[in-house]
Design a protein around this ligand. Sequence first.
Ligand code: SF4
Ligand code: SF4
Ligand code: FES
Length: 537
Amino acid sequence: MPFIKIDDHEIEVDAGRRVLDIATELGIKIPHYCYHQALSSPANCRMCLVEQVGAPKLMPSCATRVFPAPPNRKTTIDGKEYDAVFYTASPVVKEAQESIMEFLLINHPLDCPWCDQAGECRLQDYSYEYGKGHSRYKEEKRTFPKKKLGPNVLLYTNRCIMCTRCIRFCEEITGTDELMVSERGGKAQIDIYSEDKPLDNPLATCVTDICPVGALVSQDFLYKPRVWNYTRKESVCGMCASNCNISVDTKQNLIYRIKPRENQQVNSFWMCDNGRLGYNRWQNDVDRLETPMVRRNGHLEPVSWEEAYDAIKNGLKSFRNTEIAGIASPYSTNEENYLFQKLMANAFKSDQISYATGATWEAWEAKKSPFKISEFKSPNYFGAKDVIGNRHKGEIIEKISKIQVKALYWVGGNLDQRLTDGERDALQKLQFLVVQDVWLSPITEYANVVLPATNYYEKEGTFTNASHILQWVHPVVNLMDDMKPEWLIFIELAKRLGGSLGYTDIKNVTRDMLANTPAYKHIKPADIGSQGIQTRR
Ligand code: SF4
Ligand code: SF4
Ligand code: FES
């Protein structure tokens, strides 16, 4: 193992590691633009230059790897021998950093006051930390018009520093190769190869995350409030069963932006555009259910929670327990499905419970990285299977068709809910139907009682993804006034029906759900952590 020194730190490291990575782990900050952990390192920005003792010139730390030096090439400092010695903030390094910053800014429009990257821009940060504070460049700056590279991404070429991260992302991660450098020298610019092949791959907007300056911006985030005005919360995406890790920027209980959060087991550094932009549908397009409703004279009318609970209690009391069934949801958390199962067992004395599959879409895999978009559009299809057991809703629908089941409690959550003809026929035969859903869906058409459900931006608990990794889900927005968390609905309803579930908070539900689910019984809540836990050993 090479024994090296970086500034005042002495360390033995694995051979072949990059100086920039080692320094970062030691807490030494080396400024850099073109290097990204997930991409190749062309060493073209020169911002990460460091001084290596004995080397004839400064070295790019992103492309300099350490190896054991032969005995005659060791570096001796104060009588101690090293395989290599680096200085990251010596006078010659600082002078180089100032020059690089001056060079990168010669054509920059200095339009920070209206640039969407302001506040999280490396050009701004490094100008302040490593720049000269003035420029000797008096010539006219080159200018280019802004350009739409694809449906979700805009390019402001004037701000580009030609680090080529965006090109390498399309080559090395998605394998879709939409971007290139066109022209040469001072005219060089990022572009798509042809108008027929726009930047529209499923992960396209990730280029705006890795662009270190404000050159590539998300169309969705254009001219929104400044980044320092948001509250940032962490959760996982619920738009499919991949459960990518996300950071959500909110202001006044509205979502303004979703960005991927690193989790090497789940989504690496990336997320798809559907997951990133899907909040718009919930926030702008869906007529959400906000209050409980009871059918009176053929119409669903808003009622209080107490009236809705009483309507369920009275509606179900005439049925034998073998005539009552429940359909759990792949859009619910593991905790909600666990409580729903307990509600069915304790309050309704019914073990007839199954789960719906939810919507599906076309799965997608990046050509050159392990990133996958799951075919299941529901976030917790795999968790529902683990918690409820492998019982599909078809069995229950068949029993309803045969009039063996006469009362049903269906937990929905699917914005793309469709019913088959067989399901419609079956629902018409029911004598009593309770539906818990996020909107007035095709199922609620047949409901006697409707309870408002939450979406994955509002839930608290856990999801299990397509790779069987169980992760925390945190609410990123508050519930609307009359709504309740669904875990609380099940607890309150059980109490009203005389079958208390014995919980007052969600933490104890997670603990018991893990302990009583065969696939999770080896897991404790503290094991889950910020990166989740693999449930299959
Ligand atoms: S657009 Fe951004 S990521 Fe692409 S080369 Fe320019 S600065 Fe780098
Ligand atoms: S792949 Fe799935 S979980 Fe990941 S961001 Fe896209 S929709 Fe969300
Ligand atoms: S980060 Fe090393 S040369 Fe760009």
